[in-house]
Write a protein that binds this ligand. Structure first.
Ligand SMILES: [Zn+2]
Ligand SMILES: [Zn+2]
Length: 303
């Protein structure tokens, strides 16, 4: 099957003096190239994931690679059959990833931990006294993570600093290896760890996505799938024979990576639900959502 489209995942920590102006120009560029996706611009840089035709994605990469502020992006490229986003959204925010450090905020251009290439990471994973620390949200690591990693149960990135302060003792004196989807969160998070006084901190260069594409390691040591923020919802990482699923249908417990949204609209929670369970019990997170939804529906049609 040919894949005339691409999905790009990328970021750049840089100094953007006028994010509003940058975003306005960027919007024109993306519209001209027919790209869809989500882009965030801040004074600290650019964070994006877009889909578009192969040739237009190539033009987009060329423009950014020639931009003196943005040059040097480590592009993660996936071939696809079509768009994986419904529309284009470009936003100006205070941060490219929201850690909300307030007065203690910093730019990873100034402070970040040592990067490990996938093969170095694989070796470091095997050392003694090492902790792997997942820097993603709970619904992300639920469907996949590095074997043996510490999985902070935080619903959002901005909750991580507090989690770290509450769990210092698990990390103190250890070599910390931290990772995220594409690397952007770790650049900031690892800098935060350094600022917190942990001095033996390393991060996976290019994140899980690059690790899965790497010819040498082929995603070895990663279990399950990698959550992505587009219509695909997840991509595979481990290309070796040891690959397995870690996530389960919330209803019957069989291995599943099938995400659905709870059919009761006010809830709309994203849940793992296998096809059989959806057929027999409906698309709900639990009986309560099902009951309320069926009640409100019958009220509308007057029965
Ligand atoms: Zn099931
Ligand atoms: Zn629900």
């Amino acid at each position: 099957m040919s894949n005339p489209y691409e999905v790009l995942l990328y970021y750049k920590y840089a100094r953007v003096d006028d994010p509003e102006a940058f975003a306005a120009d960027h919007r024109l560029l993306c519209q001209r190239l027919g790209l869809r996706g989500r882009i965030v611009v801040a004074t600290e840089g650019l964070n994006g994931t877009v889909s578009g035709t192969k040739s237009n994605c190539a033009k987009y990469r060329e423009v950014l690679d020639c931009d003196p502020i943005m040059a040097g992006i480590d592009w993660k490229i996936d071939p696809e059959e079509g768009h994986v986003f419904p529309k284009l959204s470009i936003k100006v925010r205070n941060e490219v990833v929201t850690l909300e450090l307030g007065e203690d905020d910093f730019n990873p251009v100034d402070r970040t931990a040592t990067h490990l290439k996938p093969s170095e990471w694989r070796e470091a994973m095997k050392e003694d006294d090492v902790v792997l620390l997942d820097a993603r949200n709970d619904y992300e690591w639920e469907i996949g993570r590095f074997e043996g990693a510490i999985l902070p149960n935080v619903p959002s990135f901005k909750d991580l600093p507090r989690w770290i302060r509450d769990h210092r003792c698990e990390l103190e004196g250890k070599k910390i290896l931290t990772y995220c989807t594409g690397g952007i969160r770790c650049e900031k998070f690892s800098g935060f760890l350094l600022n917190e006084g942990f001095d033996n901190v390393f991060q996976l260069e290019g994140g899980i996505v690059s690790y899965g594409k790497n010819e040498e390691v082929k995603g070895e040591g990663y279990e399950g799938e990698c959550y992505v923020f587009d219509e695909r919802l997840s991509v595979s990482v481990n290309q070796t024979e040891g690959a397995k699923l870690v996530s389960k249908c919330r209803s019957c417990g069989i291995p599943s990576i099938r995400y659905r949204n709870c059919a009761w609209m006010p809830c709309n929670a994203q849940i793992l639900l296998c096809e059989d369970c959806e057929k027999t019990m409906g698309r709900y997170c639990d009986c309560r959502c099902k009951e309320i939804d069926l009640m409100s529906r019958s009220a509308v049609i007057g029965i």
